[in-house]
Design a protein around this ligand. Structure first.
Ligand SMILES: Nc1ncnc2c1ncn2[C@@H]1O[C@H](COP(=O)(O)OP(=O)(O)OP(=O)(O)O)[C@@H](O)[C@H]1O
Length: 265
């Protein structure tokens, strides 16, 4: 459905991504993991067609994404970035209503279906009660949920999210990912998220893409990618993988490299 084929990316003379290739199938949930500066956000921007790679192509259902017209791309894909640039005097409702613009013709206003979708997504993200508040009257987590409502109200086939759990407390982190999981199961939504929390990634994602220094280290099922040796290499920490009887997926515990030495001293 979406595939990166040999993409490379540069900023000035510096190479940010090196020859990355992978495919995400329809209805899959994928986490992009890797240390700070690995190139995760850059990769997501290429997938969203916001930035054309310097080499290689990203295809969406066989078409190069950077060639899709803006409105057409917005009906297929939504991107939730870390700090969306929106004027602070907009209300939550106005922000979520923006999601319907790709569906309107020139001079056309929203119809009942548009209003219903906006309300449904605001209710699902627990933001309907914030509808008349402006962005500067909201907490970071509330703002994040409003932008998620906007991305969902766009009714995309694929949702790309850059660190969507930042600003969210533990309850809302799980609520957001549960919501994406339901959208995947009920509507076939495909989503790709940059995450930092391996425990969330293993719980919610079908595949993991591990990136380090602009290179694809591994891409596959969580059990294939999240191996202690590979994680230790990439993150520079020791990793313990634990099985907890009550939950069906492993848990990752990180130990500073000199931890054992410190204990003994
Ligand atoms: N516009 C830019 N100008 C200069 N360097 C940039 C620019 N955008 C990204 N970079 C550099 O490219 C590299 C990858 O950045 P990117 O934001 O993709 O990493 P990341 O894996 O998302 O990092 P983080 O986990 O810290 O958010 C970094 O070294 C960053 O400094």
């Amino acid at each position: 459905m979406i595939s990166a084929e040999h993409i490379s990316s540069y900023v000035d003379e510096r190479q940010i991504l090196r020859d990355i290739s992978f495919t995400v199938q329809k209805g899959e949930a994928v986490a992009i993991l890797g240390p700070n500066g690995a190139g995760k956000s850059t990769l997501l921007r290429h997938l969203a067609g916001l930035k054309k790679p310097d080499a290689g192509v990203v295809y969406y259902n066989g078409e190069p994404v950077h060639l899709l017209a803006n409105k057409e791309r917005a009906r297929k894909m939504a991107l939730l970035v870390q700090n969306p640039e929106v004027a602070f005097q907009f209300t939550a409702l106005e922000i979520v209503r923006m999601a319907r613009y790709p569906y309107l013709r020139r001079f056309q206003t929203e119809n009942q279906k548009d209003h219903a979708i906006v309300r449904e997504m605001m209710e699902k993200t627990c933001t309907w009660h914030l509808r008349d508040r402006t962005l500067d009257e909201m907490s970071g987590g509330e703002r994040q949920r409003v932008f998620l409502a906007r991305a969902l109200a766009q009714e995309p086939e694929i949702l790309l999210l850059d660190e969507p759990t930042t600003y969210l407390d533990v309850f809302h982190q799980h609520e957001l990912l549960d919501l994406l999981q339901r959208a995947k199961q009920q509507m076939g939504l495909t989503w790709v998220a940059v995450l930092h929390d391996l425990n969330l990634a293993v719980q919610y994602c079908d595949r993991i893409l591990l990136l380090a220094k602009g290179q694809l280290v591994s891409y596959g099922k969580p059990s294939e990618v999240l191996r202690p040796d590979m994680l230790a290499d990439v993150y520079g920490v020791d990793v313990m993988v634990m099985k907890v009887k009550e939950i069906p997926f492993p848990q990752f515990v990180f130990l500073p490299r000199n931890n054992m030495q410190g204990e003994q001293n």
